[in-house]
Design a protein around this ligand. Structure first.
Ligand code: FES
Length: 208
């Protein structure tokens, strides 16, 4: 299943984080679909009935996830991205700090960035990012822009990350929003923990 519009909200509507559904394509700019195809997608929305139960944690096998790949699972009706960053992608993070609105993820603590993700990569493991794929501005789903370099709607020195097609918020490979963008926050890091090297639990973090 491709990421598709599940619902739409008027942009002027107040944002309710619990009720907000993700909006993807309705406000997309040209080229988004092409860029998304270029990014390897391991799987989409794996959990089904079990995971759809309200509030249930989702167990995810990430053993097939390779460096540079992203997989998407559903948790509480939201898309959660699991990204295995390459060494090159991780190397972009420290140099972004001065360009970011909240480089240390101090906003909306503790729920927006759990303590174990309050580091440069916003992650438990340095190479593996787990974030909710919903823009904190008005709920669109940002597009993968993993390819560095100049391209439409991005700066010429783009190092890779995500672009929200609705109003142009950009996020680095740790899901941190760049300065002077509409998004008031970095991408949310959901509660999560590792059950083993290859198994993640999204929605619970008691043992993290
Ligand atoms: S929804 Fe407005 S920038 Fe993402």
């Amino acid at each position: 299943m491709t990421e598709a519009t599940l619902n739409s909200l008027p942009h002027s509507a107040p944002v309710d984080k619990d009720k907000r559904n993700w909006i993807v394509a309705t406000c997309a700019v040209g080229g988004v679909g092409v860029a998304a195809v270029a990014v390897p997608l391991v799987s989409s929305f794996q959990p089904s009935e079990k995971a759809k139960a309200a509030g249930s944690a989702v167990e995810v096998d990430i053993s097939a996830l390779k460096p540079g790949e992203k997989m998407t699972v559903e948790w509480r009706g939201k898309p959660v991205w699991i990204v295995k960053r390459t060494p090159e992608q991780m190397a972009t993070l420290p140099k972004n700090d001065r360009l970011l609105a909240d480089p240390k993820s101090q906003r909306n603590l503790p729920e927006w960035t759990p303590e174990y993700a309050r580091n440069e990569g916003r992650s438990i493991k340095p190479d593996t990012l787990v974030v909710v794929g919903i823009c904190p501005h008005l709920g669109c789903s940002p597009s993968d822009k993993f390819q560095p370099g100049a391209q439409p709607s991005l700066p010429d020195d783009w190092d890779g990350g995500w672009l929200c097609p609705c109003h142009g918020s950009t996020f680095d490979f740790a899901g941190r929003v760049f300065k002077n963008k509409p998004s008031p926050d970095n991408l949310e890091v959901p509660p999560h923990m590792y059950l083993s090297d290859s198994k993640l639990l999204i929605g619970e973090d008691k043992k993290a």
